[in-house]
Every structure is written in C-alpha cells, then in structure tokens.
Ligand binder design. Structure first.
Ligand SMILES: [Zn+2]
Length: 347
C-alpha cells in the first residue's frame, strides 16, 4: 500500500510562478522556461511509475514517494522506496525519450534524439550514493542487515535503452519481474518491522525548497506585478468595484484571483507580506483596500498596525496546484511566443 503519496515539487510551482511574471525579453526567460520543463518532466515521470507499481504485489509492502532525507550536512532525494519485510528497493525514475546509451566506466549517460546528443551523469552513480546514504540511515536505526536494491526505471514509452547496460537499469514493464526476483532472493532473510521504519522515514522527510529567483539569477524588481487572469493569463487585471476585470478577455473574478497572487508571492519571494508589498503585488494604491483583502484572505496577522505583516500559512503544494494548469495553458496557447504588456510598478 502507498504510505506516502507523490508531492507536486515546490520548486516546480515556484518556477512556474516566476515564468508567468517574467518579461519575455528578460535574458533568463529561456533558462526559466527550461527549468520548468525539466521539473515538470521529472514530476510526470514519477506519476507514470504508478502504473507499473500496480503490477507489484502491494499487500505486504509499503510504498513511499518523494522522500528527502538528511545526510550529514545535506540531503538526498529518493523518488520511490518500496519497503518489504525482507528487503528495500530504492527506485530512481527517468522520463527521458529517444535512444539512451550508457558508459558506466566513464560515469556517463547519452541521449540521442534525431541528430542531437545530450550527455548526463550515469544514473547508477546517483542510485549507488542513495543506497549508501540509506544504508547509513538504517545503520543508525540498528537495521544495517536489511538488503537494499536499487533500480533505475525508464517510464517513458518513447525511450529505447541500449542493450549494453547495467541490469539495474530497466523499463517500467520490467519492474514486476525484477521485484519478484528480489522476493525470491531474500525470502529467507530476517524479517523487518516496516511500520516503525516507514514512520521514521516520513518524519524525517524534508521537501526541497530553494529560492528559485536567486537560483535563476533574477531580481525581484524584474518581475511583472499585478493579478494574473485565471482564464487567459493576462497580467495585470484591473480592480473595479471590488472585482477583478481582465482587459484582454473581459472576464471578471472575485477573491480567488488575488488570493492566488498572494500564494505566488509566497512561492517566489516570502510567505510573509506587509501592506506596502501587497499593494505593489496587486497593483492597488489603497492601504485600506489591501488591509481588507489581506484580512479576508485569512492570513495570520503579526505585529502592530503600523508595521503589521501577514503570514501566508497555507500548504502551497496543495493550494497552488492551479499553477500546473496555468503552465499547460501557457504551453498550449504558445503564449511563450506572445508579447506581454509590461506595466510599470506602483508603490
Ligand atoms: Zn483574461
């Protein structure tokens, strides 16, 4: 059974929020677009694994998706873990397409699409280091005897793997067969109480949150401010008599539109906002209107009236999933090729 579901990567949502507000003329626009595409493909790949997992006998196993665990001064991320009473499987998911060739001696993986070649690090290196780090975790729990197996699973049906490859690198449809082989191999190994181990792993999980603006080298003041139209993604909408009006598609919206801007602010800049920054964010001049909107949104106020801040204390990985739809909309409408109007900031 699945004990921990997939998470929409925080950084994916954060990078989409930036892309929506980045002028196309910006030197980092293509980088940002590529970063979103990479995160999105990785996320879709992890979801695609679910289909192949349904063929694994799930009665006596625990499945954990997206586990990020501390190791010395850093962290390591595991796409999927299968815990059984006899052994553990560490799964790394790849969503690449095209012909894939490996040079394990040189630690490289090559992807060929048409005439194009791209080189990556050999995924075996990553899987080996994950297994090593997991081993250290088990050692601390007094479980160093539990065998760990690693698999690198290519889930995209448009991938063709070179025959010359390590046997841990497989297609999705081979998962069941490999899992059954492991079950046979370890059927006599000592039994592991997986309940408490699963709980420990979930407790220690720390989702990755990096400041994507900094990571991409984009300054806060280079972004386009204003409320995004949920229908056509035009930015900014105008506030008229308590409603948001899109000047492009003429649709009107109520609170859901600006509450989303607050979520985006939290994803891009900070989950703490004051009146001044909220006015700039929504393109609204009135201190009183902003005060009302922040209060109504239900965010937790902190401090005295003069320097009051609000904590945007929501689970953004759930609440901001609409950004995935925005991204699909953007791609479908080919909005990347369209010029957007840049409105000057108000303060
Ligand atoms: Zn619109």
């Amino acid at each position: 059974m699945i004990l921990k579901q997939h998470e929409v990567p925080y950084n994916l949502l954060s990078t989409i929020a930036i892309l929506l507000r980045l002028p196309e003329s910006h030197s980092k626009f293509q980088n940002c677009k590529q970063e979103v595409a990479n995160y999105y493909s990785g996320y879709k790949g992890e979801l695609a694994l679910d289909y192949y997992l349904t063929f694994v006998d799930q009665l006596s196993v625990h499945i954990l998706h997206d586990v990020r665990l501390p190791f010395i001064n850093s962290h390591y991320q595991i796409d999927t873990l299968i815990l059984t009473p006899n052994f553990i499987v560490n799964i790394e998911v790849k969503n690449l397409t095209g012909f894939i060739r490996f040079n394990h001696e040189m630690g490289r993986m090559y992807q060929y699409i048409g005439q194009k070649e791209r080189s990556y690090q050999d995924p075996l290196l990553q899987a080996n280091s994950q297994a090593h780090q997991l081993k250290a975790f088990l050692y601390n729990e007094g479980l160093s005897h539990i065998p760990i197996e690693s698999l690198i699973i290519f889930v995209n049906q448009k991938a063709s793997l070179s025959e010359e490859r390590d046997k841990r690198i497989i297609y999705g449809f081979q998962l069941k067969q490999r899992f059954d082989e492991f079950s046979k191999k370890y059927q006599n190994s000592s039994l592991l109480k997986i309940n408490s181990l699963t709980q420990k792993l979930i407790q220690q999980n720390q989702p990755l949150q990096i400041n994507m603006l900094k990571h991409l080298g984009i300054r806060e003041d280079e972004l386009i401010y204003g409320v995004i139209c949920p229908h056509c993604l035009h930015i900014p909408m105008l506030r008229v008599y308590g409603r948001w009006i899109c000047q492009s598609c003429l649709n009107t919206f109520r609170a859901e539109a600006h509450v989303r801007s607050f979520y985006e602010y939290a994803l891009i800049i900070s989950n703490i906002i004051n009146n001044k920054n909220a006015r700039k964010l929504l393109n609204v001049d009135s201190i009183h209107v902003i005060q009302k909107l922040l209060k109504k949104a239900g965010f937790t106020p902190r401090g005295e009236t003069s320097n009051r801040t609000y904590l945007i204390d929501v689970n953004l990985q759930n609440k901001a999933q609409y950004l995935l739809n925005y991204y699909l909309k953007m791609s479908k409408q080919n909005r990347f090729g369209e010029k957007r109007v840049f409105f000057s900031e108000t303060n």
